[in-house]
Design a protein. Structure first.
Length: 181
């Protein structure tokens, strides 16, 4: 069996174990949640590429928006561990918030799925499809209601050289789910 075949079989086995409850596999569920957010953010025409969450604190806010009441994502230590697992598996970009957004070093980490993380989430798209569909609808509704607020913030991120240092970070923190570009 080749490495891709082995990994594909392992992924399918994991997906089967999460068939009824995606968050029974919280690391995979987090990848799916991030993918849904990213796809819907693009669909709402708020960004052309991929959106970064402003910090780990954005994860519980995103889970709430999606209607996923997952205690593991609400606990900062556990959430951080899940994000590190995704990073260690090379499925997630996670690095200090860029100085251009906040004016200097901050301990927070901005994050988003990378191409491999998005491929993993796509492979899991039929896993607990009803929950994913409901989460997608909730995210879509949230972005519709808050579209102008997110659009203003995203525009601000394109004008960093003409705004006061730290304004972008403050703006991200004022959003229901903090994002950066």
């Amino acid at each position: 069996m080749s490495v891709p075949q082995f990994l594909g079989a392992a992924l399918e086995e994991l997906a089967q174990s999460c068939r009824t409850d995606l968050m029974a596999c919280p690391t995979l569920g987090t990848a799916v949640l991030l993918s849904l957010w990213d796809a819907e953010f693009r669909r709402a025409e708020l960004i052309d590429g991929n959106v970064y969450l402003a910090s780990h604190a954005s994860i519980p806010a995103l889970a709430a928006v999606a209607g996923w009441s997952v205690p593991l994502l609400q606990d900062p230590r556990t959430c951080e561990r899940l994000l590190h697992e995704l990073t260690d598996a090379e499925l997630l970009y996670q690095f200090p918030v860029a100085a251009k957004f906040c004016g200097g070093y901050r301990p927070e980490r901005q994050l988003r799925l990378n191409g491999f993380g998005r491929r993993l989430a796509a492979a899991l798209e039929h896993t607990n499809a009803a929950a994913q569909s409901a989460a997608r609808d909730r995210i879509r509704g949230h972005l519709s209601v808050h579209h102008d607020q997110y659009a203003q913030h995203m525009h601000l991120l394109t004008e960093l050289d003409t705004t006061a240092v730290g304004t972008a970070w403050e703006s991200a923190q004022a959003l229901p789910v903090g994002v950066l570009s």
